[in-house]
Design a protein around this ligand. Sequence first.
Ligand code: SF4
Ligand code: SF3
Length: 546
Amino acid sequence: MDNLMFCYQCQETAGCSGCTKIGVCGKKPEVANMQDMLIYATKGLSDIASRLRESGKTISKEINHFITQNLFTTITNANFDEDSIMERIFTTLSLKSELLNELDNKEGLTEAALWEGKTKEDLYEKAPSIGVLATENEDIRSLRELIIYGLKGMAAYTKHANVLSYDNEDIDIFLQNALAKTLDNSLTADELVALTMETGKFGVEAMALLDKANTSTYGAPEISSVKIGAGKNPGILVSGHDLKDLEMLLEQTKGMDIDIYTHSEMLPANYYPFFKKYTNFHGNYGNAWWKQKEEFESFNGPILMTTNCIVPPKDSYKDRLYTTGNTGFPGCKHIEGNIGDHKDFSEIIAHAKKCPPPTEIETGEIIGGFAHNQVMALADKVVDAVKSGAIKKFVVMAGCDGRMKSRNYYTDFAKALPEDAVILTAGCAKYRYNKLNLGDIGGIPRVLDAGQCNDSYSLAVIALKLKEVFGLEDINELPIIYNIAWYEQKAVIVLLALLYLGVKNIHLGPTLPAFLSPNVANVLVETFGIAGIGSVEDDIELFFGN
Ligand code: SF4
Ligand code: SF3
């Protein structure tokens, strides 16, 4: 049977090989095909933009932002709304023809750069021929997709920096050049491997840019205990990763009897000094993204999805689910506002006023805020603990969570760790063990949460600083184990960034990416010692056995 779609960009892809009828995530074939078309048109636009730059012309910031957002729109669980994706495709096509008019030498332009479509039918007709499987050689396909997924992750982080008015044009230029190169049939596998490594390099840049944007705007995260119980007022739950949206909502609810809660990847907002001044900023409600069907139900009030991860909502709360930015879900109200715009959340606020307060699902507090500044402020204590042998190993367990049962591994692994091991985490993977009460070592908690997935950068900075403090030659001499959980494309850029920084022997689970062909997987295994996970017992023995 012919595929209705083809997508294998996330860890939960059907049968560990590819979603071909409907996404495990709930993405319908029409949406998957339009996402492919959006990527295709964006590659074409990037090809033209790169050539215009080569000829000495400048590309506007608006176009750079637009391209970045196109990639972000196609990240797993961000946008399920075919109409909004189509609208982006048509805007991309018209930007493409405008730029094409400015280009004097059109020789050698790719088909993606030249293709024009005017109607929905044109898009439907074109889509089946331009997707992932259009690249026949499986190694070239694998490397192209590895690069594209890395770029999607990079785009997400860049966009978060852009909304805080931080830009780095070098990143935009690289992103567009790399995207155009995924169309270049003359590139060999070796050249694509080199481009993959360069993607990691710019991944580090993008995360550094976002770190600067976040900490300059909101202060350096500090150790904080975050309430996880529910209050008495009606609430608004903010999910996703966009701190600027949260800021605007907190401003607009100041002095009202409406509590603002974070959900999933928004939890680390509670660690920033800036947000602590809002008295209606209540704390965190719920867990990682995939539990939202139950938790959004019991929250009782409106939910704002600022970025991924959306799970197709149940009818019981669909009218309470709002999207903004690059997210979308058909039938859910979208709050408009581009980069730099003021967003008007009055409709959500009015909605909240009519809702009962959240049903309490747990009580207590969790501790986080161990981003690089905070850990370095504790450096003496940490170094002493390592020197005295009180801390034997750090275990980086950053990344994503997901709904597969096999992810119980991470909870069991955390529980089975020797008591002299400290977990360094970031991303929504933390929800597998951040409520376990694993205790502390001489006042240093055994789970150090640096923040969102993009704050994995903090973990790299911490590792580099420790290397310096201990006077080591190689980052791999540190007593750090990497056991990372991945799900979507931001984890891909984090992985490429770590590889670029020279980190070896990363364990990746719960399964290796389906988009790695056997040969490409071999390169990663042989060059970087990448491995999967085994049973908890075997892995504990592997990492801690004598
Ligand atoms: Fe399947 Fe993941 Fe693609 Fe969704 S994002 S269609 S689950 S591979
Ligand atoms: Fe999570 Fe989607 Fe990846 Fe940001 S919210 S880490 S999965």
